[in-house]
Write a protein that binds this ligand. Sequence first.
Ligand SMILES: Nc1ncnc2c1ncn2[C@@H]1O[C@H](COP(=O)(O)OP(=O)(O)OP(=O)(O)O)[C@@H](O)[C@H]1O
Length: 931
Amino acid sequence: MNSERSQRIGNGHGEKVKGGVRKKSGLAHRKSLNDSLEGEVKAFLLDEGQLHTYDDLTKVNPVTPTTVLKCLQARYRAKVFYTHAGCTLVALNPFQPVPDLYSLDVMKEYHCAPQPQESKPHIFIVAEEAYRNVQGQVEPVNQSLVVSGESGAGKTWTSRCLMKYYATVAASSSLMKSQDTVERIEKRVLDSNPIMEAFGNACTLRNSNSSRFGKYIQLQLNRSQLLVGASVQTYLLEKTRVAGQPVNERNFHIFYQMMTGGSDEQRREWKMSHDQHFAWLPNAEKTLEEDCFDETVEAMVHLGINAEKQGHIFRILAGLLQLGNVIFCSAMDESQPCDLEEKSKDFMHRCASLLCVPVEELQTCLRVRTLRAGKQSALFKPCSLADCSVRRDCLAKVIYAQLFEWLVTFINDSICADNSTWCNFIGLLDVYGFECFQFNNLEQLCINYANEKLQQHFVAHYLKAQQECLLNRASDAKQFRVRLEKELSDNGSMSWDKFSKQPHFTVAHYAGKVSYQIEGMMEKNKDPVPPELIHLLQKSENPLLHQLFADRDPVGQGTRGLRQVVTVVSKFKNSLENLMKILHSTTPHYTRCIKPNTDCRPLTFKKEEVIMQLEACGIVETIHISAAGFPIRIPYTSFTQRYGLISNLTLFRQGAGEQGLEADNKEALGSAVADILRVVLSHTLDASRHIDNEARSSLVHCGRTKVFLTNSMLELLEEHRNRVCSQRAFSIQCCWHRHKQRRRHAMRRACTLIQAAVRSWLVRRAVRRWHRAAIVLQRSWRKWRALMDSLAEAELDDAEDLQEAMPTELDPILRARGSVQLSSIQEPVMVRGWPMGLALASAPTITVSMTATGFQKMMSVMACLNGHCFRSGDYKVETNQFKQGVASIRAQPRGSIKLHYQRSPLLYADLHPDHKRDGVTGLNQILLEST
Ligand SMILES: Nc1ncnc2c1ncn2[C@@H]1O[C@H](COP(=O)(O)OP(=O)(O)OP(=O)(O)O)[C@@H](O)[C@H]1O
């Protein structure tokens, strides 16, 4: 353990040695350093058979691109596809299904592992860590899983795996089988995938199932951390693909699915004959596994898109295909609108009929521009040939984009939980990777800008650096260039090729330089839609198409009433800013997907490809920082809450005389943290060794509001905490036994008194004794009653309130319980007069009776315990063993807890206000329970 730890601590810089950092300077020194590094690299790589065993790249020594690459290659060869890189998980794409890598059993294994981090690296570790963070309610409670990588690296696959994981481990339906709606929620959340992929994914040169939009999925969890809903936010759909596909690429999957999967009757309805060729459907002969129409339709049905709505959707799509076949030709008379090629007339008719708009109006809209002069009069100007095609494409793009947006809204309506039912979320971010093509325009600029932002978030979170790149607006290419040159002239990341004919600028992104064409960028940004087209669509008799545009203001680009022009960039920037706000308010987890070869060949590792991707995302630097730095950051309050028990710290004390430690008392918090660290370090480091600043600073650093820890320091803290916890659990047990004995004694005394009184028939004496017995019992119960009453009555918002409400005597018990948040329990679940959490901590086997609601509450307490306090595996809830009326909960490794569930209010008897008011009834009740 110690040797591993020192390896981890020291390996970050390569030259760091025991006892301090060797200081060298000058060229000679640098050369000798290089030589020695080379030697170290060689020595490391010599043990080739061991390279695949490095499951965390921070353990690699020295960390260089070569050593990291070699380790990843060795692991890939050994069919190990996941590797930790400090705070990031590296996922190599196997490009072939790996049996049992994501099976239900594997999910269970990671979910039930006492310390998942110690299991083999896997995407499920990331998932489980995030889930346990929510259970533990450590701030920031909400989590974000950021999955990045270039196209085809496996982001969508990874997001799907994560969703399936949560749909399984956080499934609410296994608990409430009877409730149909609840049972279907996980299925509905998963069903959103095939629909989004059918409409938003396409076959590209780099990936046969490439997502042509970014998405952020928020999985909503209730107080018991069960999945109760989800919402999807999408970013920048590549709508241009509808009306034009790059060479050797395809349109969105849904069109091909219709072609191959639609029945004869449907094809007739869509006016699509078998032999018809569609200009917008290139490479239709290619069959892909993604072309599964039935699966999409089935998912639609599950999400509530009924046959009628489906009919509307597919007719609109079929209309777009017909529109793509329309070709214009110049008119004989130049003052007249362009003509249609002969064949195109038929396509135009079919299109109009499928979109349910008058064919003449459709033709006019595409070929004639309406210029408004004042409110009443209008001028009509024939469009040029090129303009007609632009209008045709524009119509298709605006319809498709609007339809996609409608689908996302529909999906959200179907899967989003009511605000009152969820309190935390885990967000999955699957964004398009950094793009650099031969020609890059606005889309690439936006995508790369988003990547830049995400990288900054990553950097800000872990590496603390800043970099910025801005896009300004101007009305045309020339002005834009002038403005760019003027405003960003001293920006080192921007450059211009002044002699180039094609105006362009180059941005040095974190992942490399990209040149952007200025030509066409402004138009793309404004993305104008001729008002005539919107007017036309508003007249459509296809109810869905009509609905899509009903609220749209034809003149401005937004909805009615909001006249300001919304540009593509401003819209994208806004949604990106909102996303960044969410990311900043959550605990992030990063997964970098790596594409080991460009041809998507199974199990093929191309070093040059991989190294480029590793460099692009700065993975080597990340490993350096993670290994040598402090990847774990915990706010002072959370730190003292979790580890306070190590130094016997009493965080929350009642009573005026005692000096409590307030959360906002920075100084006190600081010294509390220092105390905890002193205890841990003095136990851990060699007793004879003085804890000097250097030794300490290599493990931990105290910032302004947070404690920065190395992985090894976190391990040490957790070890200590677990040890103290088990000691405390033992003392609770003793305490519980003592209490039981006292209670039994009091009870026996009371019974003797009562029986003696009854036997003597001295009624007055009997009554007096009865009262005395009641007082004796009351005294012994008062303490517990006070606790129960305060728990039952107080509206507890957080642990602090709870502790406030506790009698002083319970302090040690509570601290032993760690920072389990009873806040998620509105009413405490009592087991033999103990709140459930305490009872579980005190006895390995408990048999309790409780009401149905009691059982539900208990389950939520168990969920807290399972995920947080008893992380080390003391208790495991197996909810699936819950059968009607009986729940059995396994406690590992100590035995089993049996919970008999019946309709008896016994457990609540102690709490019942009636019993409090009337001493005699109360006594009776207590006696009744004890027998
Ligand atoms: N873990 C995995 N196991 C098996 N195959 C995988 C895995 N990850 C990815 N793949 C394969 O790689 C292909 C590409 O992955 P995916 O579609 O997730 O890439 P992506 O990063 O989302 O790309 P894009 O940005 O273009 O959407 C998948 O279709 C699948 O065949």
